[in-house]
Design a protein around this ligand. Sequence first.
Ligand SMILES: Nc1nc2c(ncn2[C@@H]2O[C@H](COP(=O)(O)OP(=O)(O)OP(=O)(O)O)[C@@H](O)[C@H]2O)c(=O)[nH]1
Ligand SMILES: [Mg+2]
Length: 453
Amino acid sequence: MIFFGKSDLEKRAEKGDKSAILDLVRKGKVKKAIKILERFREEKDLRKVLFDLYLKEGMYKEAHRLIREFGREVGTARERGLVCEKVGDVEGAVEEFLKVGDFDSLLKAGDLLERAGRREEALQVFKRALNLAPPLKRGELEKRIERLSEGKREGLIERLRRGLKKTKEAVRIGEIFSGRAVDESLFEELEETLVRADVGVKTVLSLIEDIKREAKRKSVKRSEDLKEITGRAILDLISGCEGDLNLEGGRPKVFLFLGVNGSGKTTTIGKLAYRFVGEGKRVLLVAGDTFRAAAIEQLEAWARRSGSDIVKGEEGSDPASVVYKGLEKALRENYDLVLVDTAGRLHTKEPLINELRKIKKVIQKLAPDEPSEVLLVLDATVGQNALQQARVFREALDVTGLVITKLDGTAKGGALIPICRELRIPVKLVGVGEGVEDLQPFRAEDYVRALLE
Ligand SMILES: Nc1nc2c(ncn2[C@@H]2O[C@H](COP(=O)(O)OP(=O)(O)OP(=O)(O)O)[C@@H](O)[C@H]2O)c(=O)[nH]1
Ligand SMILES: [Mg+2]
């Protein structure tokens, strides 16, 4: 009689006996082995056998699925990077190669980014690679960086204009100035348009008054000339609000970020880190928002993306102690910049403000001259609410600068004007999109030009 039952080897393999499974593989029963191993993939040891097998067999899709399921608990970063690359998961591949961080891996990450059309990020990675480049490869990489940089310099105005495009679509301030007489109806329309652009009634009224006076003085007849007068009047209001980040003096510089939920703190920190790392600075991010695990993860993703380091604590842990840990590390390891993220919930005003004060105190304990900047992040799309928020925060802490985000948002880039006029706090950065490059210094002239386009 022929015995068709399972061999002893298979039976042992079925029970998850590693050496039996390996024997199966050796005997060419790969499919069988994989089937068994999939059942045992929760076990680290067997998962490794499975992952290696997938790699050996070129079954990258399956390997990728394991990575998606178990993250860094499968394979090495280099292996994970290769798998992600094979299946076209650019994001994953770049992330893993950046983790490996040696010259070849950075080069690979840069390649992938460039091919994906993410030139600015590619450039950043290539610059990091250059620091590690062996002498013979330096020249070639330098040329590549140069080539990539050439196409890159989109002017600030273009960028802001692109950012404000949606604003323009919603509220076309510029359009009302074409080919018509300067009369009361034009002033009325201008007034209404400015209000709709979130400039704020009080500010609009005083602006219109200025514009009328100036138009009369110059006996302006053409609406095109009124546009210039309007631009100048707005510029007069806001040019005093330009300000640059304080980077003078000792190291590390500490920037503390404040703002309500969703205003754009974490994103701004990410963009800024990216810029500073690109300038060759060593940047440490501190996850002072311990309110939600997702907040910590979001900052971690930005750390990876920007090539900066991060100090974090457990979800729910004391933010001030995380900040303390971060500052210690920054001092010990000579970082140039420390960017501190904080939680944004404000419905319980008192505790949040106290927490922020405590964080500031902790910073000052370790670095008496810091923070160099206390930056309040405001979402331009919430209009007059941003003003309210600003007052609350300013009451509690010395805010040294504003970051106005989402000037590209659905509404109305005009919100910056009353904020600037009423608060008299310098605007140090503006956000014009969600991408890493969509952050720029505030230049009043560029802003007005883009607004009135
Ligand atoms: N369009 C646009 N979106 C932005 C800009 N800045 C931030 N965002 C988006 O706004 C959302 C909230 O940004 P976060 O950085 O998470 O805000 P946060 O202040 O850290 O929020 P909490 O952590 O909840 O306090 C995200 O979806 C960002 O991508 C900007 O300048 N333009
Ligand atoms: Mg955040």
